[in-house]
Write a protein that binds this ligand. Structure first.
Ligand SMILES: Nc1ncnc2c1ncn2[C@@H]1O[C@H](COP(=O)(O)OP(=O)(O)OP(=O)(O)O)[C@@H](O)[C@H]1O
Ligand SMILES: [Mg+2]
Length: 235
């Protein structure tokens, strides 16, 4: 399998405080990979570091063989990676349509076609395209955030807890939608608190704790691993 995203021995943090102490991971073309681990493990920080939002002071990030360590997010987006943050991932005062247009800010050509393709995938928000995003429910906002990230046809999508604080039914809808996106050929790197769902959805996973890799492997074998279950899955 071709590797689309590789983080190698990444050290990063906020100011003087180091949060990631040499974290590594890889995502293959079209693969779904999960990152699970307790609160404060550094999962969000890792996604931010990969996406150029937190500076990396050791190690490297490669996107389709190209070094993107500490590249600016807009250049990373142009190279084929999109990111949906854990919070504040839509502009509430803008309309749904404007949110999607913002998602394509680095590429204006073919905008109309890409908008229609994204609306085809998300009929529920398509019917409300002129409404302000702030009027959407939590689940619909999460759908809009996903839709926005797809506006540039990414090869890899970074998702930070897309199912957080949603109803069980909405959690299922979000995972279904992620499945559709993945079947379209986009690889997904998914951070989740909802470990069982994430392991059920992904093919491989990494368990992180205190800024380090703790376990990695096939998602099913992590689900079956008693030690991981006791420590991280509440089993
Ligand atoms: N902007 C920031 N400035 C300083 N420290 C931060 C900042 N953001 C996060 N941290 C700290 O970094 C550590 C890792 O946080 P991070 O958000 O990456 O964890 P997480 O694994 O995503 O947790 P959660 O499951 O709660 O989302 C925590 O100790 C947190 O307090
Ligand atoms: Mg987080």
């Amino acid at each position: 399998m071709t590797t689309v995203l590789q983080a190698q021995d990444v050290f990063a943090g906020y100011g003087e405080v180091e949060i990631l102490h040499g974290v590594s991971l890889a995502v293959g073309e079209g693969e779904v990979v999960a990152i699970i681990g307790p609160n404060g493990a550094g999962k969000s920080t890792l996604l931010k570091a990969i996406f150029g939002l937190v500076s990396i002071h050791g190690g490297s990030v490669q996107l389709m063989g190209q070094d993107v360590t500490n590249s600016a997010p807009d250049s990373i987006v142009r190279s084929g990676m999109s990111y949906v943050p854990q919070t504040e991932n839509v502009f509430p005062s803008l309309t749904i349509n404007e949110n999607l247009e913002m998602g394509a800010f680095v590429r204006r050509d073919g905008l109309r076609d890409r908008l229609e393709r994204v609306y085809d995938l998300f009929p529920d928000i398509a019917s409300r395209r002129g409404e302000r995003a702030g009027r959407l429910s939590g689940g619909q906002r999460q759908m809009l955030a996903l839709a926005r990230a797809l506006m540039l046809d990414p090869k890899v999508l970074l998702l930070d807890e897309p199912s957080a604080s949603l109803s069980p039914k909405m959690v299922d809808s979000i995972f279904d939608k992620c499945g559709d996106i993945n079947r379209g050929g986009t690889a997904i790197l998914l951070v989740e608190q909802n470990a069982k769902e994430a392991l059920g959805f992904s093919s491989r996973a990494y368990v992180m704790a205190v800024g380090e890799n703790r376990f990695e492997g096939e998602s099913q074998s992590i689900l079956d691993n008693e030690e991981v279950g006791k420590l991280y899955l509440g089993a």
